[in-house]
Design a binder for this molecule. Structure first.
Ligand SMILES: [Zn+2]
Length: 151
């Protein structure tokens, strides 16, 4: 159970880290329904830190590579930047955008903060899953003990 889980988590972390490159985010929008003449073009989506990760049930699903926020049901009039800011809880990508005129050194610091944020987020996911797994094992043991007591 934990093996497959860890693999899944590693994949997710790897993907998010790869998406810190603008070009990778842009490339994810090849099948994006709103290519031009609207607010949520691939370029403005990618600039807002988002990448396209469509599923069967939600073909316009996007995710922020930093905070992991997922958004769908896009309207051509939506401004990616504002949508991201509206629904996230303290995404550092938003903070970076808000201080646009930072020097190179500050930009590097902000980028490091962003990478740390991604790692922490995935570490938390892993901890949650481990806790779930421990609970699962504990309950299993308790059931076995109960069974043995009944015998
Ligand atoms: Zn975000």
């Amino acid at each position: 159970m934990l093996d497959g889980l860890q693999e899944g988590l590693q994949e997710g972390l790897k993907r998010d880290l790869a998406m810190k490159h603008m070009i990778n985010r842009l490339e994810s929008f090849k099948e994006w329904p709103f290519q031009s003449d609207c607010n949520c073009t691939p370029l403005s989506m990618a600039e807002a830190g988002l990448y396209h990760c469509p599923t069967d049930t939600s073909p316009d699903l996007v995710r922020c590579f930093v905070c992991g926020l997922e958004l769908d049901w896009w309207d051509p009039a939506d401004i990616p930047w504002e949508e991201h800011a509206k629904f996230t809880e303290g995404c550092p990508w938003i903070a970076k955008k808000l201080s646009e005129k930072m020097g190179t050194k500050k930009m590097l610091m902000a980028m490091m903060e962003i990478c740390t944020f991604i790692l922490k987020r995935w570490a938390n996911v892993l901890l949650d899953k481990q806790q779930e797994y421990r609970q699962f094992v504990r309950e299993k043991i308790e059931r076995e003990v109960l069974k043995m007591k009944k015998k």
